[in-house]
Structures are given as structure tokens and as C-alpha cells.
Design a protein around this ligand. Structure first.
Ligand code: NDP
Length: 272
């Protein structure tokens, strides 16, 4: 028998590790929404064709994960501003013959910091480590919270400079630099590098961690990351990227279904 539930999936390669199929069914049950959510493995050279197939099969939307977030921009017929600013798409909506691209990674990060960690971004000094897709996606949502200043530090300094230039027009002081040249202390430090995957801490001076600063690593796992240990060792409150993951999923769910789930249950389930 064919299911009449609305269909969604997460597209990636590899895809077996994705936690999204554990999250969305909980949100659906919680909000009384009738949907199924699956994993979709797309060939490395077949992202656009996979999206076309999903549309033809009547899917209502999809999440996009590595390595397709940037390529997904080209597959869309329309982009929301935050996806355009991020230069990357993690959420697709298939409706009225359109493929609409959005990016909920940055809003998820902001929601985790402001709601879950209870730390306001307005008026704060922010240090963003990394200038890749995730860091780029965080910038507009951060700027919209009205921080006092944003410093972007990256291994490839020119990329940090370019990012600062691209986002300078929003009226918040923002500059790019190298890790070793970061001066002063910050209220919120976000590690958006993939260094933690290799057990590497961006070599910033430990003085970047202001008293009681929030240090958030976008990466997550069963153990605290090396960056979290470094930050906690210098007086910061360390947090990993699980809350960001759960919140970006809630934001995507809200875009698709028009109802915002409560993330507490999923957060507890994934970290008992
Ligand atoms: P990208 O590949 O787009 O960017 C990687 C960034 O990390 C670049 O700035 C790169 O610098 C830097 N980098 C890589 N290796 C090192 C190193 N050894 N030391 C210092 N800097 C390094 O990756 P993404 O932006 O997509 O992802 C970044 C991280 O964020 C990953 O760990 C990912 O898992 C996590 N993430 C978490 C999410 C969540 O929901 N929690 C969502 C999205 C991402 P350079 O420019 O010099 O190459």
C-alpha cells in the first residue's frame, strides 16, 4: 500500500551517519504532522538529478548535507536571503513548481546560543573561527542579532578578509584576521573550523576567552572536542554543536510545516 504521508529526506554522500532521520519523526509526532523522513544517498556527480527525481516522486522538501550544500544553490529556482548570503543551502522546499533554497544552519546556531544557552548576542563581541560554509552561514543570523563587533579568524587569512568584506555592508563592525593575530577578549567564541575532526585547536591566544565567555564548537560527538577542552581550561563555558544541529532541524521543520517543534525532547534523547 502506498503511504499518503508527505515525504521528506536528507540528501548527502555519505549519508548513513546523518542524525536528521532520528530528529524529524520526533518533531512530527510532537506536532501531529503526518510525514515520513528518509536518508537519500546521491551520487557525487548526481545531486541535481537526485533533486529532480525527488520532485517527480512528489517529495515536499529535503535537507542537504555534505558535500552538496554549495552545489545545491545552483539547483534552486529561488533562494531565501539567508541562503543567498550563506552561499549554501541546507533546506529545500518543493512547492508550486519551484525549488526554494534556504539555510537554517546559522539560525540554528543563533537559537542554540540565545535560547538554549541563554546568552544574548546583542551588544556582544563575537569571535568566529573559520571561514568555510558553516561560518559563512552564521554571519547574517549573527549580524541580525546586533552584536557590537565580529572578528573572523581563519587559517587562510585572505578568506577571512573576503568574508568580512562581503558582510561589511550590514553596518556591524566586522574584520578578518589570522588566528595568531586575534587581539583582545570576546564574549562569544564559535569554532566553525573543521579542525576538531583532526583533533586540532585553532592556534588563537588563550586571552580570547573573556571571563565566563561562551565557547561553542560547531562539531559534536560523545566526548568534548579538543577546542572545548582548551576553552574550558581558560575559563570559558564550553558547548558543542549538538544544539545547533537540533535547532537547524527545528527551523527546517517550521519552514516545511508552519509549526515550530519543541527541541527539548530531541536534545535529551540524543544526549541522555
Ligand atoms: P568547510 O570545509 O566549508 O570549512 C572548513 C573551515 O575549517 C575552513 O575555514 C578551513 O580553513 C578550516 N580548517 C580546516 N582544517 C583546519 C585545521 N586543521 N585548523 C584550522 N582550521 C581548519 O566546512 P564547514 O564550514 O561545512 O564545517 C565546519 C565545521 O562545522 C565542521 O566540523 C562541521 O562538522 C561543523 N558543522 C556543524 C553543524 C551543526 O549542525 N552542528 C552544521 C554545519 C557544520 P581554510 O579556509 O584555511 O581551509
Amino acid at each position: 500500500m502506498t503511504s499518503l504521508s508527505d515525504k521528506y529526506c536528507v540528501i548527502g554522500n555519505p549519508i548513513a551517519h546523518s542524525k536528521s532521520p532520528e530528529i524529524h519523526p520526533v518533531y512530527a509526532r510532537q506536532t501531529g504532522q503526518d510525514l515520513v523522513y528518509e536518508r537519500c544517498l546521491a551520487p557525487l556527480d548526481g545531486f541535481a538529478a537526485t533533486v529532480q527525481r525527488l520532485v517527480a516522486e512528489g517529495y515536499k522538501g529535503a535537507n542537504v548535507t555534505l558535500p552538496f550544500k554549495i552545489e545545491a544553490v545552483q539547483a534552486c529556482t529561488r533562494l531565501e536571503e539567508r541562503a543567498r548570503a550563506a552561499g549554501a543551502v541546507n533546506t529545500l522546499v518543493f512547492a508550486n513548481g519551484e525549488i526554494v533554497g534556504d539555510n537554517t544552519d546559522g539560525p540554528g546556531l543563533v537559537a542554540d546560543i540565545t535560547r538554549n544557552a541563554g546568552v544574548a548576542i546583542a551588544g556582544k563581541r563575537i569571535l568566529l573561527l573559520g571561514a568555510g560554509g558553516a561560518a559563512r552561514g552564521a554571519l547574517l543570523p549573527f549580524i541580525q542579532q546586533g552584536p557590537r563587533e565580529i572578528v573572523i579568524a581563519n587559517r587562510t587569512v585572505a578568506t577571512a578578509g573576503k568574508l568580512a568584506e562581503d558582510f561589511g555592508r550590514y553596518g556591524i563592525p566586522i574584520r578578518g584576521t589570522g588566528f595568531a593575530d586575534v587581539a583582545g577578549s570576546f564574549d562569544i567564541i564559535v569554532n566553525g573550523t573543521s579542525g576538531s575532526l583532526a583533533g586540532e585547536v585553532p592556534p588563537v591566544p588563550p586571552t580570547v576567552f573573556g571571563p565566563g565567555a561562551l565557547a561553542l564548537d560547531m562539531m559534536y560527538g560523545s566526548q568534548p572536542t579538543v577546542f572545548m577542552a582548551f576553552a574550558a581550561g581558560h575559563g570559558a563555558v564550553a558547548r558543542d554543536g549538538l544544539g545547533m544541529l537540533v535547532e537547524q532541524a527545528a527551523e527546517a521543520f517550521a519552514i516545511w510545516r508552519g509549526v515550530r517543534p519543541d527541541t527539548t525532547e530531541v536534545f535529551k534523547k540524543m544526549r541522555p
